[in-house]
Design a protein around this ligand. Structure first.
Ligand code: ARG
Length: 278
């Protein structure tokens, strides 16, 4: 079955303001290659496996809309919409909500908290667990509401390095049961929680070099992983876990602090029922 991904073309993409350290360095920098890189990403996803891209059209004057991972967290037919921390991104909410409602999702919001969707909330692919990042964008109270709303065990993970301000920049749960992680982006307590949750042979700890190239911000399609780049060491680790690795340049999007995975939102998502079924 095809994996359905929501994507928004970079028609109006720009690094127009400064809400993360990547943008600080690049505000106003041109991004002439963005459309070509985005088209290449779409082609690469199609080569990697069976994917269906659902497009949402960009709204003028909302340059970060291209990062659809931040639209919502999807669980079954429910879309828990983002409540963005920064006013610049709050302008995306209405368009995303309409698009998801049109695609058949029931939409809802968390109450009185900041929450940035699938940028900060990632379902484990085999364990019945939701990893919920907080600190820079989403708040701790969001993680508590998520576990109540979804009735799923939630592992709250405090993010401590601002370069990795969304959980999907430093953690990537895979269908094989492996989890990619850049551990130094997590607080010592969060690191302990993660080690307690994931068996050591399933935890793939990545280097700073890979983390800075946003290797954790990877899209899994079937037995393939699509990302911006990965060192030979990481590629070998992923190959050993049974994956083919596809790298495609996404440098224009790194200027705004995003990469492959956050340019997509998985429309079939939710808690894994592997253990419940076992
Ligand atoms: N410029 C965007 C922001 O700072 C980038 C978002 C990247 N999204 C993600 N899920 N990593 O909000």
């Amino acid at each position: 079955m095809a994996s359905k991904l929501l994507m928004c073309p970079p028609t109006d993409y720009a690094v127009a303001y400064d809400i993360n350290p990547w943008m600080t360095r690049n505000v106003g920098a041109p991004t002439p290659d963005a459309m070509r890189q985005w088209d290449r990403l779409v082609e690469t996803l199609h080569c990697a496996g069976d994917v269906e891209i659902v497009r949402v059209e960009a709204r003028p004057g909302v340059p970060d809309m291209v990062f659809t991972a931040n639209a919502a967290l999807i669980s079954g037919n429910l879309a828990i919409m983002s409540s963005f921390r920064h006013p610049e991104r709050r302008r995306e909410q209405g368009t995303y909500r309409r698009a998801l409602a049109q695609s058949g999702f029931a939409t809802t919001f968390l109450q009185q908290t900041y929450f940035e969707g699938a940028g900060d909330a990632l379902f484990d692919r085999v364990r019945p667990i939701l990893y919920a990042g907080y600190g820079w964008r989403s708040e701790r109270t969001a993680t508590m509401q998520l576990s109540e709303t979804l009735a799923v065990r939630t592992i709250p993970l405090l993010l401590v390095d601002e370069r990795f301000y969304h959980l999907d920049t430093c953690l990537c749960p895979l269908g094989s049961g492996h989890v990619l992680a850049y551990m130094d982006a997590l607080s010592p307590h969060a690191q302990r929680l993660l080690r307690r949750t994931i068996e050591p042979e399933y935890l793939i700890e990545i280097s700073l070099e890979d983390a800075l190239a946003f290797a954790c911000n990877a899209v899994e399609v079937g037995d393939s992983i699509v990302l911006h780049s990965a060192t030979l060491r990481l590629r070998e680790r992923l190959n050993a876990a049974g994956y083919r690795v596809f790298a495609t340049d996404l440098g224009e999007f790194h200027k705004a602090g995003g990469s492959a995975k956050c340019l997509t939102l998985k429309l079939e998502d939710g808690p894994s029922c592997a253990e419940a079924a076992a």
